[in-house]
Design a protein around this ligand. Structure first.
Ligand SMILES: [Zn+2]
Length: 100
């Protein structure tokens, strides 16, 4: 049997994920906490806000499956978060804050 990625559902505090999340687009990453851009995928901490990256979300996950395999071997503690899920929840949280 080969080990493959299977999406699961787990409860998280969105704020906690956001403060330790690297989102990765086509060529570079962005810190979800302070929005620092042009980060490399392998960076462990944000050079700007110095938060540790515990979560990674790929904008186009299908383009990055080989990278996910490599990272999961090198940093087994990293949790991969679905980008669409994160964006949707982040938007809902923001809307809640505005209504408060
Ligand atoms: Zn940052």
């Amino acid at each position: 049997m080969s080990d493959r990625f299977l999406r699961i559902y787990k409860k998280f505090y969105v704020d906690e994920v956001k403060s330790h999340l690297l989102t990765y687009g086509a060529l570079s990453g962005t810190c979800a906490n302070c929005k620092k851009m042009d980060l490399k995928l392998d960076v462990l901490r944000c050079p700007s806000c110095s938060n540790e990256f515990k979560y990674i979300a790929f904008v186009n996950i299908r383009d990055h499956l080989p990278k996910m395999q490599r990272i999961s071997q090198e940093r087994p503690q990293v949790i991969f978060v679905d980008y669409e899920d994160f964006k949707r929840l982040e938007g809902e949280e923001k809307a809640k804050d505005i209504l408060r």
